[in-house]
Structures are given as C-alpha cells and as structure tokens.
Design a protein around this ligand. Structure first.
Ligand SMILES: [Zn+2]
Ligand SMILES: [Zn+2]
Length: 140
C-alpha cells in the first residue's frame, strides 16, 4: 500500500501540519458567514480523519474561534490564515488553501450559491445547490 502524505501550512509558515491519509468530501460554501471566516468568495474545505492529522510546528501559535453547535475554526495568531475546522475539540477538516500538495480531489459541490456575493461569478465545476445539500440542485 502506498502511504499518502499531505502537508499544509499557514501564510507565514509558523504553523505546519501533516496528514497521513486522504482528505475527502471537498466542498465550497458561498454563504455570507463562510465568506467572512475564509476571507474569500467562499469556503474551500475538506474533511480529514482526526487520527491521520498531526500538527508539526507552531501549534502554540494557533487560536480558536468557537461558533455554534460545537463547530469552530483555528487560525494562526501571527498571519491570520484559517487552517482547520474543529468539532467538539477535535480536528474536523482542513482549509484547502493551506495545503502544500495536490490533494488529488476536486471540490465536488457548492452550497448556498443562492447567497453568493454579487461580485462572484458562478462556479463552473461541481454541483451547485441554492442552499444546503438537501435542496434541489441548481441548473448551470
Ligand atoms: Zn501564520
Ligand atoms: Zn457557509
């Protein structure tokens, strides 16, 4: 079996991590909250197995913002990069933008495209959902 290894880091490079496995279920959410937490037009996020995730350096520079329902995000206190999502204290997923290597996965679906910013062009790949994934898919 080939061991898959991915690494990621924040913008300043102080915080680094390693994933001994694959990330999965890559998605992008275009709601106003995700725009702010990712400082971008949308989130770019994939799930990770918490047992395959290891902080390598700079963990003391991490700070957390805990949101509703036990979900939160962790950031670099020096450069502000959003590195990962946490759920009830455990790593839940990673921000795709902080990965160093090709995760060999594409964003499969876009949530809340009905709430996207007026300045954002509609994504051209992946399934589009007006709201959550339980809603009907939007025709492109
Ligand atoms: Zn940093
Ligand atoms: Zn969102």
């Amino acid at each position: 079996m080939v061991m898959i290894m991915l690494t990621g880091e924040c913008f300043c490079g102080a915080i680094t991590y390693q994933i001994d496995g694959k990330v999965r279920d890559a998605r992008s959410c275009h709601c106003s909250r995700c725009r702010k937490v990712f400082s971008a037009q949308a989130s770019a996020y994939a799930l990770v197995d918490k047992n395959e995730f290891t902080w390598l350096t700079g963990q003391e520079k991490l700070t957390s913002y805990m949101g509703e329902h036990g979900f939160g995000f962790q950031f670099c206190t020096h450069c502000g990069s959003t590195l990962c999502g946490v759920y009830r204290g455990d790593i839940h997923g990673i921000t795709l933008g902080c990965l160093n290597e090709d995760p060999e996965i594409e964003i499969g679906y876009h949530l809340y495209v009905g709430s996207r910013a007026t300045w954002e062009a509609l994504p051209v790949s992946g399934k589009l959902y007006e709201e959550g994934q339980t809603e009907n898919e939007v025709a492109k």
